[in-house]
Design a protein around this ligand. Structure first.
Ligand code: CUA
Length: 398
């Protein structure tokens, strides 16, 4: 290996060593003398593809961080500007609207953008004109006085007033004309913000889940949003505008799209330490899939299929998990953390920040503070065999 290449290799290893999720987990485990637990999760999983997926995803995390650490400051600024314009990615852009309300918001955005462009061009032209004219005026002070007030009146008072009144009117009009179905015309979904995750309820079917909002394509959905603690803000850029979740009141937002897909959303109001890790997904699916999902979510938890899972359920019910989580059909009825009745049916863990795999779930249970410092979930001291059994049980809750 050449010197440069090995230098790059060492740099990459250093970056991964410092920031990678793998190393964070590793150092967490090592720090507690429990590195072998992660290894045992991977080795004992029996499902090689599962452990391979974990290792691949950990490697990807490291590679991403390495690339980021090498980006120049200019690159970061440009990337930041691009992200701000696009609201963070292809499936998360308010400029690729996938529904009536989102289209209205995008239209408003483009109107403001082009008016901004016109204003910028006018101001730049006026600045250039002033520079040129000032030079000429040195020889003709009388002309200067004649022009003194006109630009000030037109450019400083009349034009801004017209633009602001126009934009205010258009914004109010867009707000008044957005879809706003009442409860009888729409699928009602209740969303409750928590530090730092989302509780999602379907009151008509007694379904409770977390961090994933499933909605039918082609039918209006009425979201009723409130919070259990501080103010949060629900924002799924491609589907709808954003709205705050305010203590003591219920706000509504509607989604109506006929484009099935998975749309990323996030909390858009600073709500504490892990605000940035308060994500969610909106899964838009055809009517029949949605009804199937709803029916499955409405059932109690599956009975353990084997001895290991049965032992896992016993571990769950005798450990501190039971105080905060509900698993319908068992004695666990806690309400501090997410309902876990159908945990294995969800794609992500910890409010959208990790894929829902056995390895990630194991790392999360053993040391959540390493992954999401400040989260309400405490670390656990489960012996490895109990942890394996618990993972088998939670993995069976489809
Ligand atoms: Cu919840 Cu930011």
């Amino acid at each position: 290996m050449s010197g440069a290449a090995s230098g790059r290799g060492r740099g990459a290893a250093r970056s991964r060593g410092r920031y990678g999720l793998a190393s964070r987990l590793r150092s967490g485990f090592r720090g507690r003398g429990r590195r072998w637990e992660l290894e045992s999760i991977v080795q004992d999983s029996g499902d090689r593809s599962e452990s391979d997926r974990l290792l691949r995803s950990l490697a990807t995390t490291g590679a991403t961080v390495t690339a980021r650490s090498r980006a120049s400051r200019l690159g970061l600024v440009l990337a930041g500007a691009a992200l701000a314009l696009a609201a963070c990615g292809p499936d998360q852009s308010m400029l690729s609207p996938m529904g009536a309300n989102a289209s209205r918001a995008a239209g408003l955005w483009w109107l403001m953008f082009w008016i901004g462009v016109v204003v910028w061009v006018l101001v730049t032209a006026a600045t250039l004109y002033a520079l040129v004219r000032r030079r000429r005026d040195r020889h003709d002070p009388l002309t200067a006085r004649r022009w003194e007030n006109a630009p000030l009146v037109w450019g400083g008072i009349v034009l801004p007033s017209v633009v602001l009144v126009l934009l205010t009117g258009v914004s109010i009009d867009a707000m008044r004309h957005r879809d706003h179905p009442d409860a009888s015309q729409a699928t009602v979904v209740q969303v409750i913000g928590h530090q730092w995750w989302w509780e999602v309820r379907y009151p008509e079917r007694d379904v409770v889940t977390a961090n994933e909002v499933h909605v039918p394509a082609g039918r209006p959905v009425r979201l009723e949003l409130t919070t259990a603690d501080v103010i949060h803000s629900f924002w799924v850029p491609a589907l709808a505008g954003k709205i705050d979740l305010v203590p003591g009141r219920s706000n509504t937002l509607s989604i109506n799209t006929d484009r099935p897909g998975v749309y990323e959303g996030r909390c858009a109001e600073f709500c504490g330490l892990q605000h940035a890790k308060m994500r969610f997904r909106v899964v838009v699916e055809p009517e029949s899939s949605f009804q199937d999902w709803l029916a499955a979510q409405g059932t109690s938890a599956a009975e353990p299929a084997d001895d290991l899972a049965a032992r896992g359920r016993q571990v769950f019910l005798s450990a501190s998990c039971v105080y905060c989580h509900t698993i319908r059909g068992t004695a666990a009825v806690g309400s501090v953390g997410p309902d876990l009745t159908h945990l294995a049916s969800r794609d992500t863990l910890a409010a959208g920040i990790m894929p829902n795999t056995k390895g990630h779930l194991g790392g999360w249970i053993v040391d959540p503070q390493q992954v999401k410092p400040g989260a309400r979930m405490p670390s656990s001291d489960l012996p490895p065999d109990d942890l394996q059994a618990l993972l088998a049980y939670l993995g069976s809750l489809a």
